[in-house]
Each structure stands twice: as C-alpha cells, then as structure tokens.
Ligand binder design. Structure first.
Ligand SMILES: [Zn+2]
Ligand SMILES: [Zn+2]
Length: 443
C-alpha cells in the first residue's frame, strides 16, 4: 500500500510533471479544477488561415468563492470584489472616471431586526467586555455568541422569512431613497431622474446570529452614470437624510404560515458614513476608501459562520442532522427546510437556499452603472493572458482569433497526491500575494 508521500514522490518523478505543474500554476493551485478535453485553433482573422491547432486536455479553475472549498479561487474572488467595489469608489480605472470621488458617496450598513434576545459580547468605551444578559462576560470566540438566550422563544420563522426577503427589502429601500430625495427637494421622481442617478455596490455579511447585514456604497451621479457630475443639489447630506428616512419607512409585507401578517423591516441599528475623498479619515467619522475596500475583501470569502460546513445545498431532511454547524444555525436551516414545503413560500425557494440560512442573494450585487462587473474583470484577465501568449509567439494579437471547443471531463484532482501538491502551489502563491497585499491591497 502506497502512502500519500510515496504518491507525491511518484508524481514529481513522472515524465509529465513539469507540464502538470505549469497547468496548476496557471490556475493558482485550484483545489477543485475542472478538467476539459478538446482543442483549439488559432486563426488569422483577415485570411481565415489556421495558424496553429492544438488538441488535448486543459484544466480551468473552479471559481468557487468559499475559502472552505477552494482557498485559491476564493482569494482571487476577494481580489476581484475588492477591485470592483474600489473602482466604483475611487474611479480612475475600469471605465469609472476619477471624478466620482467628488460625487456624494455614503457607506451604509443596514442590519437585521431582532427575532429574540441572543448572547452577545459588546465592549464599553473603556474597552471592557459588557456582561451578557445570561450573566457571563463572553470571550470573543465563545460559540454561544449569536445564539438565542431562549431558543424556544426565538422567532425562527420570522428570521428565515426576513432573510429570504432581503432582496425585496433592498429593492424597496433603493426605490424609497430615490423617492425621498425627490420629495426632500420638492421635485417629481421623473425630474430627479432627468438630473441624477443613484448607483450602489453592496456586499452581504453574515452575523454570528446567522442573519446578514448589507454594507453598501451608495453614490449619486449624473443622469447617465458616473461620467457626468450630479447637479449641485445632490449633496451627501441630502443622500444621508434620504437613506435614514427610507430605512425607517421601508417595509415588505408577508405572512406567517398561519396567515397572520408579518411585516418585514430593517433593524433599528443603521450606520451611515460619508466616504472621505482622500485616504485620510477625518474626525467626523468619514471612512477612507482603502479601508472600506479592504472590508469588502475581508467579507468576500466568509461563509455563513465559523464552521462553514454547509457548503452545498441540502438534499434531504437527513442531511441536516449531519451538518457541522451550531445548534442555532441548524435550527434556522431546519426552519427554512420546513417552510420550504409550503406552497405560499414557493417563490422563495427556501429549500434550495436552506444551507445559506435562507439568504438567496449573491454576496456582491451592484446597480448597472456602479462600476465594472466580475465578468469584465475575468474577461480582461483572460484577454491579457492571451495577448501575452500571442505576443510571445510572434503573433499579432489584434488579428489572431482563438477558437476552442471543449467537453467536460471531470472535476477535482486525480488523487490526494495531486491535491496536496496543488495546495502547496496555492500556499506559495498566497504568500507572494500577502506581501504585495500589504502594500497595495489584494491582487
Ligand atoms: Zn478553485
Ligand atoms: Zn450570554
């Protein structure tokens, strides 16, 4: 019987090792690479002549954003999320002009309401840990933090329905911000839209009680987007007032299984901060751009909680018992699973999203004109690599086309030796990135 070490040695000595290693480096040591078979032609576009043909297998990265699934791809996702949010904040790249830094910009955190008291750990202004309602002073890693003081009295149904409707709640919020801006100015919504546009980029972060917060950059631009300045009346104060009023008034109506009304609202905790144009934080609580984009990168790869066991959708009731999650999270998942059986909630697809604690949105969403997209960033990266390879082969990148046809072969590494070698490559690349990160943000 071979040990993993034997198999690793074998892999390194194999004739195709250099080739395999180059492929793994190109995909950053992805933990679950997708293997494809097929081929490509390089075609000279003006003449249609095939310059070069290649057949064989390729590997592409899994692109999973969860650190628990693939450290390498999640690091790249965090970097992309960072650049995407940053472009909308600072401009100067990715189709967003630098002048956006002069537009009114706010950093807003919208929270979940309470569904029952939970164990918490808060700090006094003197840096002391406040005593929790249970009588203990919780350590920061105490698993009880975020769990209900009285699980039987906790409103799990309310929590699940709130979380599943956060997309609607957000849409209603942005509508209201627009309407409130217009109302405060004494103009119609149509008149407002003729002169200004509301853009946002937002990320979702799970709190320890299993409910999400939205952290959003909200910006006022000219009517077509960031290229033109908003009118003089579009001030940060106007936007901040509208955000506060809209948050308080925002409501989505739904009902409990027994038919009683369940109005869904944001939590009363609301944080609204103006974004400083420079990287120096001022003493009025403004937040700097780089600190903010750094938060985004940090949230990007976080899962639903500390254990991050529920990486995949749940297929049956039996799955729930075996998840390595806290009792509290298990109960949220169970509630979502149970409610998912009811017709009245079918549009929420609660079973499909039970493993995400009923949150069915994306980690990062943005309005159309906020900044670039993940697709554009990835396309740019591919285009850049192709451009480099073609130039290296003395081919003209502007007239050479790459035409490929690929079939799916499988996912994941062939064996544990390859998996470990790929992980070592990912580790080394992560170390290289870390030193760069400290200087200029994630790469
Ligand atoms: Zn991957
Ligand atoms: Zn407690």
């Amino acid at each position: 019987m071979h040990t993993v070490d034997d198999r690793i040695t074998e892999r390194i000595r194999a004739a195709d090792y250099q080739d395999w290693r180059a492929k793994m480096e190109a995909i950053g040591g992805c933990a679950k690479p997708i293997r494809l078979t097929g081929g490509y032609d390089l075609v000279d576009a003006p003449t249609g002549r095939v310059i070069h043909s290649h057949e064989g297998d390729v590997v592409v990265p899994c692109n999973n954003r969860r650190d628990s699934v693939c450290p390498s791809c999640s690091a790249r996702y965090a970097a992309d999320a960072f650049h995407l949010m940053r472009a909308g904040l600072s401009g100067g790249s990715k189709g967003v002009p630098e002048a956006v830094t002069t537009h009114p910009r706010l950093f807003v955190t919208l929270t979940a309401p309470s569904f029952g008291p939970v164990h918490n750990r808060s700090i006094t202004t003197h840096g002391k840990v406040r005593r929790c309602a249970c009588g203990d002073c919780h350590h920061q890693y105490d698993p009880r933090i975020g769990a209900p003081l009285d699980p039987e009295g906790y409103d799990y149904v309310g929590a699940v329905l709130w979380q599943a409707n956060t997309g609607k709640l957000w849409a209603e919020f942005t509508r209201r911000v627009l309407r409130t801006c217009a109302r405060l100015l004494g103009i119609t919504i149509t008149a407002f839209k003729e002169h200004a546009r509301l853009s946002y980029g937002k990320v979702a972060e799970y709190q320890r009680r299993g409910l999400i917060h939205f952290h959003a950059v909200i910006r006022l631009d000219g009517p077509e987007g960031p290229d033109l300045p908003p009118p003089a009346w579009a001030t940060p104060d106007l936007l901040a007032d509208a955000v506060r009023l809209a948050t308080a008034a925002c409501q989505v109506d739904t009902e409990r299984p027994d038919g009683t009304a369940l109005p869904l609202r944001w939590g009363t905790q609301l944080d609204v901060r103006t974004i400083a144009a420079t990287d120096v934080e001022d003493d009025h609580g403004a937040i700097s751009e780089s600190k903010l984009a750094g938060y985004v990168a940090k949230y990007a790869t976080k899962g639903t909680g500390k254990s991050e066991a529920a990486d995949r959708p749940i297929r049956c009731q039996e799955d729930i018992a075996y998840l390595r999650v806290s009792d509290h999270h298990r109960r949220i998942i169970q509630t979502a699973w149970d409610l998912g059986e009811l017709d009245k909630y079918s549009d929420l697809k609660l079973r499909r999203w039970a493993h995400m604690l009923a949150f069915r949105g994306h980690f990062l969403t943005k309005s159309r004109r906020y900044s670039t997209t993940f697709k554009t960033i990835r396309g740019d990266r591919r285009a850049f690599r192709l451009h480099e390879s073609l130039t290296a082969a003395d081919l003209d990148p502007t007239t050479t086309l790459l035409i490929g046809t690929w079939d799916f072969l499988g996912a994941g590494h062939a064996n544990d030796a390859e998996r470990e070698l790929a992980a070592a490559i990912a580790d080394r690349l992560a170390l290289q990135r870390a030193s760069k990160y400290r200087q200029e943000g994630p790469q």
